[in-house]
Design a binder for this molecule. Structure first.
Ligand SMILES: Nc1ncnc2c1ncn2[C@@H]1O[C@H](COP(=O)(O)OP(=O)(O)OP(=O)(O)O)[C@@H](O)[C@H]1O
Ligand SMILES: [Mg+2]
Length: 207
């Protein structure tokens, strides 16, 4: 089973993923946690380039760098893991991030990006995608509290995040069977309860 976590920066993906890993391990699953871009040696080099505020990338070049990191992650990490018994792979962002950021936010076109995504992943699609929905103000205040320097994408203007958020909403409608919207504005426990409920419904082997 492959589960991806999506949402704008500061929505709580990494926080909820850490709790999800511990929970699923306690149920006896073989859990792999990885992230995008990155997750492999080649992918981490690509990640550094993508997040570096000094990088000047055209929208198509940016999309193809994400795609290269993703293809490597699928071949080197995800497919081998998913062949194991009781395996669950959790990814911090996956192809939907390109759909909404490069297709929506950067205006390359949702359908164009989704078509390339299929080639890049070899048609590997998450069984379940949890979209952690927060508004821009919540995202900014959480990031400020975390106190880290904003990366290249986090420096984007507010309008960019608003268009990404709208693209996430559209994603929930287009892929209603796969993508579940989680209200991520509440405290960590409240959000985690929703995450657990959504995953428990789909567990291949019931806890
Ligand atoms: N439900 C919550 N309520 C309040 N603060 C939260 C909540 N969830 C996470 N945080 C805090 O908000 C900050 C951002 O959370 P986190 O790093 O999990 O988000 P993220 O989606 O992984 O962000 P990024 O895309 O930048 O990696 C962290 O400092 C985290 O401790
Ligand atoms: Mg994170």
């Amino acid at each position: 089973m492959l589960i991806s976590f999506e949402g704008i920066d500061g929505s709580g993906k990494s926080t909820q993923l850490a709790r999800t890993v511990a929970w699923l391990k306690s149920l006896g699953y073989d859990v792999l946690l990885t992230r995008e871009p990155g997750g492999t040696a080649a992918g981490e080099q690509i990640r550094a380039q993508l997040l570096d505020p000094r990088s000047h990338l055209s929208p198509r070049a940016e999309f193809l760098l994400y795609s290269a990191s993703r293809a490597q992650l699928v071949d080197e990490v995800l497919l081998p893991h998913l062949r194991k018994p009781r395996a669950i792979a959790l990814v911090d962002r996956f192809a939907d991030s390109s759909t909404v950021y490069q297709g929506g936010g950067r205006e390359l076109g949702i359908e164009e990006v989704e078509a390339v995504n299929m080639f890049v992943t070899g048609n590997l699609s998450p069984d379940l995608t949890l979209y952690l929905d927060v508004d821009y103000a919540t995202s900014v205040s959480r990031r400020e509290r975390a106190g880290s320097e904003p990366d290249r994408l986090e420096r984007s203007p507010r309008e960019f995040f608003e268009s990404v958020r709208e693209a996430y909403w559209e994603l929930c409608e287009r892929h209603a069977a796969r993508v579940r919207r989680i209200d991520a504005s509440g405290d960590e426990d409240t959000v985690f309860a929703q995450v657990q409920a959504a995953i428990a419904e789909r567990l291949p082997v019931k806890p």
